[in-house]
Design a protein around this ligand. Sequence first.
Ligand code: PNS
Length: 170
Amino acid sequence: MKIGIYPGSFDPVTRGHLDVISRAAKLFDKLTVAVMVNPDKKSTFTAAERVDLIRRAVDDAGICSVEVESFDGLLADYAKIKNATAIVKGLRALSDFEYEFQMAMTNRLLNSELETIFLTTSSENMFLSSSMVKQIARFGGDISPFVPSCITGDIQKRLLKVKADQEANK
Ligand code: PNS
């Protein structure tokens, strides 16, 4: 049984992430989408919210053999627990490469059995990022072209609430 892990912050999941999930799901018997902690980023959505959004997007898209979980720890350890053969990461542009390469090398040092596979995103998602989605929503823009349609309303509502809370605390 070939098991793959697609890790990330997914804060929140975008159409670009969903594209990678659907491509990666075809390469493995089972794909685990892992909502992980990136110590370099402060997340807006809780881990439970991010898991829920991804699950709904995956179900709505009819993608099979995918589980969604969160894990607070080292990806290399999580891969061992899950018996995963490979980590999948999406590469948008050359600018992603250095950071992703560094992570892939580190993960291989921590778990020598673990390969990292890079999938290129489709061209319409090249520029897309969760930070962009948050910025657009913050200024009242329409995020519907960038996030899965079944969760657009909930993401927009949540981000407007974050903005309102921040303004109330000023
Ligand atoms: O979507 P992101 O923020 O680029 O994903 C980065 C993530 C969460 C995959 C990475 O920070 C991670 O693997 N975090 C878990 C902790 C860990 O294993 N760190 C060492 C990897 S170099």
